[in-house]
Design a protein around this ligand. Structure first.
Ligand code: LLP
Length: 418
């Protein structure tokens, strides 16, 4: 099912018109489709049928409670990178036993909370972290399930800022270091070796880097087995790309098929951490043109969404499709730079976009469901956008627009006697 489509020249999100949503919730506003979220998760679950698996949605991609709840109700597990994300999963009704905890610098207090609620696995990223976890677990009289995240030194061929599996990256450990960590872990009474973990980057559009990484993981699994250390699950991370423009990433089904072939008949549970491939195309950002300004050099459309709402174009030169909410037959198509109110030249959502627009126009930024709202900030003292989840013909306000009062709430003026 196409969750975002045009009917009689008007954009719809499932059964509701984007224009009506903008009127009800104002702009800028993120709008997510429940059906699209469920559809993507379901694609993973169907492709994985018949093999033991756990799909741990990467909470960082879109951590709104309603989004997490939709996925939790459909059986998803979660990949978290902070205790904050853990509390979100719990608040959304997620099952802690299906949570994997990634991240390079987990604090002892974060480990303690994860042990208290009983997560599925800690993905460890250094030998030092193993020692701290063992200590925390010992103090709590618990046994911590672990995986070691290896850095397979595979080029994911994606944007350098979202590439994580090269040896110069801060993530994971070398194969040799992993081996030593497993040997050490096997000696520690409060550590329980469960899996082997890897994540090489995001927005991958080819299968071969994934498969190269998995093959390296598997050779370590075999090596460990020969030393009497059994790995029960293989966590292959996230990273599957989506189409924003003209990319041709593998489908979820063909990705899983290739993974299955690589694993062969080893009795391993497969753990996945997809974020973008579940959420990106399940969300749009609605924004309105406040003014137009035509200079001899450029046509600027000054919109009410800015880099604080959606930083991907400024940070990664990401290209997101932007269309008018209403398709118009009159008027002229010109190339527009879509720029926000923030005082930075990098504050744009799109450049030289052929559009037929005028002041007041509503625009939709597509592919905004992942790494959109979650990366937003209050720069320029702008309240964060509202988030709405559409389910058929119902719209649910999943997060209220931030008010100025809320923005100032945690700050304090000088003491009166100063
Ligand atoms: N697992 C780990 C350990 C990760 O670090 C990530 C993403 C994922 C899973 C999920 O990857 P995905 O399936 O979403 O590709 N802000 C950037 C993306 C950063 C990704 C960071 N790690 C962007 O907007 O493109």
């Amino acid at each position: 099912m196409q969750s975002f489509n045009y009917r009689d020249g008007e954009l719809y999100v499932e059964g509701l018109s984007a224009r009506a949503l903008a009127a009800e919730f104002d702009t800028p506003c993120y709008v997510y489709s429940r059906a699209a979220l469920e559809g993507a998760l379901n694609e993973y679950q169907q492709a994985l049928e018949g093999i033991p698996h756990l799909v741990c949605y990467a909470v960082k991609a879109n951590s709104n409670l309603a989004v997490l709840e939709v996925l939790a109700r459909q059986g998803a597990g979660f990949d978290i990178v902070s205790v904050g994300e853990l509390e979100r999963v719990l608040a959304a009704g997620g099952d802690p036993a299906k949570v994997v905890f990634s991240g390079v610098a987990k604090k002892a207090s974060e480990m303690a909370r994860a042990l208290e609620v009983g997560i599925h696995c800690f993905n460890l990223e250094s030998a030092a972290e193993l020692e701290v976890l063992n200590q925390v677990a010992t103090e709590m009289d618990k046994v911590a399930p672990i995986s070691v995240r290896v850095n397979p030194d595979v080029d994911a061929r994606t944007h350098p800022y979202i590439s994580t599996g090269l040896k110069e990256n801060k993530f994971g450990v070398t194969m040799d270091e992993a081996l030593r960590m497993y040997q050490r872990g096997a000696e520690l009474p409060n550590i329980d070796i469960q899996g082997l973990d890897c994540h090489i980057g995001s927005q991958l559009t080819e299968l071969s880097p994934f498969i190269d990484a998995i093959e390296r993981q598997l050779s370590l699994v075999d090596q460990l087995q020969s030393q009497g250390i059994t790995i029960h699950h293989l966590d292959i991370g996230g990273g599957l790309g989506v189409r924003y423009r003209d990319e041709t990433p593998p489908s979820i089904a063909s990705y899983i098929e290739a993974v299955r072939t690589a694993i062969g008949d080893r009795p391993l549970q497969l753990v996945l951490e997809p974020g973008r491939s579940i959420a990106a195309n399940a969300g749009i950002l609605l924004t309105r043109v406040e003014y137009t300004k035509q200079t001899p050099e450029r046509n600027f459309a000054l919109i009410d969404a800015a880099m604080n709402d959606m930083i991907r174009p400024a940070l990664y030169q990401a290209w997101l499709d932007i269309k008018t909410v209403s398709q118009r037959s009159e008027g002229e198509v010109l190339d527009w730079d879509l720029v926000g109110p923030v005082c930075e030249t990098a504050d744009f959502l799109g450049k030289e976009r052929p559009l037929n627009i005028e002041a007041g126009e509503l625009l939709s930024v597509f592919g905004a469901g992942a790494y959109g709202f979650v990366m937003s900030s209050n720069y320029n003292t702008r309240g964060r956008a509202a988030e709405v989840l559409v389910d058929g013909e119902r719209a649910h306000l999943a997060r209220e627009r931030e008010t100025i009062e809320e923005l100032l709430r945690l700050e304090h003026r000088l003491p009166a006697d100063s």
